[in-house]
Design a protein around this ligand. Structure first.
Ligand code: NDP
Length: 334
């Protein structure tokens, strides 16, 4: 299948490229600059241009950002839309997070409807942020749940702004399909904290992606004196499982029209630190001496059965993920 992948420079997208190529698809990814595009191509020296290439797409908060990118010869059959800001350096929640998430999502859907009639499926990277109820947790989370966050709450703090950006963007996508009845269907991928090896052209650990920050902070000794921060949301998933979920959601006919809650299970920051201490004894003195899990005994449950039944996912264990993440960070240079 010929696939357009948005946000090619991202942490998750790098693994999507790998799985797409491995599974015989051809990929055009979007990036904001030639420099980023060339770096990614250099990382895949054996791929011919008809298998892997890029197009420049600027700020996705602009309504027409994707209008040209969706046109291709040969034409696209599928789209993976991963591009969306994930950080908490927010000065203006609307401009920094909400607009690029929401307009970026509706923008790609509109552009495909208008100019890419051969596209049959668009897979959108949503998030557990669109499922979570941070005020009153569900007993067991699944695809049935929606974050009830309001527009007023969305601008109260950066965490709310990020969660709202993902919730409103995913809702806008489902609304678009219902109202516009386009030629394509959609599937959405909803992962919680994504950990895993960085294969993305990282020059320095100073610019690590948001979800791997806690592992970077642990191995650099940044938390030794202060102690581990609160875990936050107590569920996680490996980036390779998330990437494979995207590709399977493109390939499997029954995935159309479905949300997928993609999670491996529960964890706490103490679990991660514990694995690092055991498997990387040289790093043990970078970590606090006492590790205590902050995960409550009655933590919410998870139901990830749809992802296993429809996409055939098998989830990696935390130990493997932490080991591979730390190794990849040490290669960049801790
Ligand atoms: P990254 O920050 O590594 O990737 C984000 C990507 O989006 C980059 O390619 C970035 O481009 C692009 N992007 C962001 N804002 C804009 C914009 N205004 N215009 C154009 N491109 C933009 O994060 P992840 O790989 O972790 O995130 C990818 C997706 O996964 C996001 O949709 C995120 O919400 C979602 N997600 C991530 C989770 C995680 O734990 N990592 C958990 C759940 C969901 P550039 O490099 O040029 O900035």
């Amino acid at each position: 299948m010929r696939v357009l992948l948005t946000g090619g420079s991202g942490f998750i997208a790098a693994h999507c490229v790998d799985y797409l190529l491995q599974r015989g698809h051809s990929v055009v990814f979007t990036v904001r600059s030639d420099e980023k595009g060339q770096k990614i191509l250099k990382n895949h020296p054996d791929q011919p241009k008809d298998k892997l290439s890029y197009v420049i797409v600027g700020d996705i908060a602009k309504e027409d950002a994707f209008d040209e990118a969706v046109k291709s010869d040969p034409p696209f059959e599928g789209v993976l839309h991963t591009a969306s800001p994930f950080h908490f350096n927010v000065t203006d929640p609307k401009k920094d997070l909400l607009d690029p998430a929401i307009i970026g999502t509706t923008g790609i859907l509109k552009a495909v409807k208008k100019s890419a009639p051969t596209v049959k499926r668009i897979v959108i990277t949503s998030s557990f942020a669109s499922i979570l109820n941070a005020t009153t947790h569900e007993k067991t989370y699944s695809e049935r749940n929606w974050n009830p966050i309001t527009e007023e709450e969305a601008v109260q703090n950066p965490a709310n702004a990020y969660r709202a950006s993902k919730t409103f963007a995913e809702r806008a996508a489902w609304d678009f399909v219902e109202k516009e009845k386009p030629n394509f269907d959609i599937a959405t991928i909803c992962p919680p904290l994504v950990l895993g090896p960085v294969v993305h052209y990282l020059n320095s650990l100073d610019t690590i992606n948001t979800s791997n920050e806690r592992v970077r902070n642990m191995i650099q000794g940044r938390l030794k004196e202060s102690g581990l921060p609160a875990t936050g949301v107590f569920i996680w998933v490996d980036v390779r499982d998330v990437a494979l979920a995207h590709v399977k959601a493109l390939e499997v006919p029954e995935a159309g029209g479905k949300r997928f809650f993609i999670t491996a299970g529960h964890y706490s920051n103490a679990d991660i630190a514990d694995i690092i201490k055991k498997d990387f004894p040289d790093l043990a003195d970078k970590l606090p001496s006492e590790l205590k899990s902050d995960k409550p005994a009655d933590v919410y449950g998870i139901d990830n059965s749809r992802s296993k039944e429809v996409l055939g996912l098998k989830y990696r264990e935390l130990k493997d993920t932490v080991d591979d993440t730390v190794k990849s960070l040490l290669e960049v240079g801790a």
